[in-house]
Design a protein around this ligand. Sequence first.
Ligand code: SF4
Length: 341
Amino acid sequence: MVSAVLQTSFLGDMILTTPLIERLAREGEVHVVATPANAAVLANHPAVASVIVYDKRNADAGVAGLRRVAARLRATGATTAYMAQGSWRTAALARMAGVPSVGFDTSAGRWLYSRQVAYRKDWHHAQRLWALASDPRDPTGPLRPSLFPSAADTSQVSALLHEAGAISGEPLIALAPGSVWATKRWPSYDALASGLVAQLPDARVVVLGAAGDAPLASAISAAVQQRGGPPIIDATGKLSLLGSAALLSRCVVLVTNDSAPLHLASAMNTPTIALFGPTVPGMGFGPLADRRVVLGRDQLTCRPCSAHGGQACPLGHWKCMRDVEPSVVAEQVVRAAVSTQ
Ligand code: SF4
């Protein structure tokens, strides 16, 4: 059997699609249609036969691009396309390639699908995706996402830690303060890091993120320095996606917003403390590491207020994030760090 998986959403969605890909790979080749950014995260994955890059906003924009990618999809010989992303555009892509498609009954492109599967709001998204290829009466599958950093990714991390003077055996506490959605960014990472100086004097803080998150890393660095703590390791903008995954595999815990690093940590089974504000884990995107804690203001009736989290709080007070206390998060960090020693 040859299958295709079409996933052109956000990075987190791509990571959560890997259990489905592994499920299909048990029965044959799996070819994945992915955006250029998401293609990078599938490098070295043993369940992926090939990645067809679909640069839908640039090189492959428009009908000509759609036709080009459809021809590549048809050439794989796939007999079923699993629609992990539900737009009309990806549905049209499968239709143009002549590959019968299976997707959710809530997707925008569902009218073009050959078969529709119930979208279970009450399931984790990894489970929903996994169920596209499974008997709905037996939906339980292995939900842990999987990523495979290369030797080069691991070397990149070793070089970064060496340059930062990290000592072997020193507990690394990862913080991922960024998010493209402003309301998802917990504003107290600097206060958390500052408080940890006294509570975990032997630990080093590592800040993960994109180059645009460097100012957040600088604020954390300043807070730690003010308390006389060891210099933080600023990894923002310095690692590939799989390099970030490799770094997370060396950390005792990650503190993150509801954003891509949460899913990288799930794949590497790094203990995770996830801070949810305008979104809630019940939407299907919570952490999947064995050791995980979700913190948020459960009693706020305005939560969740949007599917992704907006750029400004519609009520103006932003209590869902502002009221998450650094001391409460620090307590969980200490617990995680101590339990791994
Ligand atoms: S409306 Fe509520 S959930 Fe949404 S951003 Fe504001 S405080 Fe957070």
